[in-house]
Design a protein around this ligand. Sequence first.
Ligand code: DSN
Length: 424
Amino acid sequence: MHSRFPLIPDITLSQKDPLLSDLLKKEEARQQSKLSLIPSENHVSQAVLAATGSILTNKYSEGYPGKRYYEGQQIIDQIEQLAINRAKDIFSVEHANVQPYSGSPANLAIYAAFLEPGDTVMGMSLPMGGHLTHGWQVSVTGSWFRSVQYGVNKVTGRIDYDEVRAMAKKERPKLLFCGGTAIPRLIDFAAFADIAKEVDALLAADIAHIAGLIAGGVHPSPTGYAPIISTTTHKTLRGPRGAIVMSTRELSQNLDRAVFPGLQGGPHNHTTAGIAVCLHEASQPEFKLYAQQVVKNAQVLAEELTERGYELISGGTDNHLILIDLTSKGIIGKKAAQALDQAGIVTNYNTIPFDPRKPFSPSGLRIGTPAVTSRGMGEQEMRRLASFIDGAIEAAKRESALDLKSIANEISNLAIQFPAPGTC
Ligand code: DSN
């Protein structure tokens, strides 16, 4: 029997908008036939895709569960509360706000909640492995606030907690950020908490890169050390593009007001639903195995690259991410990343600590294992990948398009054996 109001109209994307549909299929084919080693990317499940691509996108819900500015929230309130409860459970926090549109708005909410323009923020500098929103100069966090930036030790490539402490004592920041985008080692949240306490700063842990590793039990949690924790949901956590900002109960009201109405309007309910699904998936026993495999894979890849003469910042990795200094290989990051893409291996060029080159053409390459691990790859495949990476970089140096093409064929054959979750 046909419903008078069919819930899902019988018009597929390919019929309605063939141009866009074709582009979508091409992107799907690209994701299937190439391997993403970008450490901030992942492949979400069909379940996350279903929630994210749902009719929840139709609803306005400014406000929070139980207190909205639009009617019709009977179901949306339950969805958002489910996501909140799951975030609180998985990260053992007192409060979670699942509405920030992404990582940068989540971090901006922290400033909006607790700082006045001109107050001092201290974070890791972007070229050293931090994030734009930790006070880097081109971000408003570096121009509307007084920003001081720490880095890593030149010899070890690791955060030097004594240096951070000395800088904090001198600069007396009101807000201290830890976490970043190119940190291959464990973050010592207890050490940061001690420093924040000594200088009476508010500590914010940005766990965007490692949230899935924390959920999976392979990276220590900042809970109990950092009263504020922000994360994106689409990296190792393997959810939709979105973010969560978490805090102690005491700080929750200010933080919520900063997200809405301070910075944002209506939450993206379809994303909230996708976040709820990914948090459910991250609470399952198999996600622990995934997180363990992400780290094992990164460590094998790091060892194999080291054996081939690649210089890794800090000498290796404790997590999902590897930062390579290509200087000794005689190739710049951009050229290497472009050649690797031609060879079917998608990476990003990246600054390295104390990089003499400019950010748009830096000396480094950043790679990571969350996405290939989601495809089911293990240590054996990482050994093959290291060899392909080396082959592609050497081919780039010889400017051999033919050799890059031959590697691309091998990568495509490998990729087919490990279909990306969420794609047909
Ligand atoms: N752009 C993200 C990354 O790639 O790490 C950080 O926001």
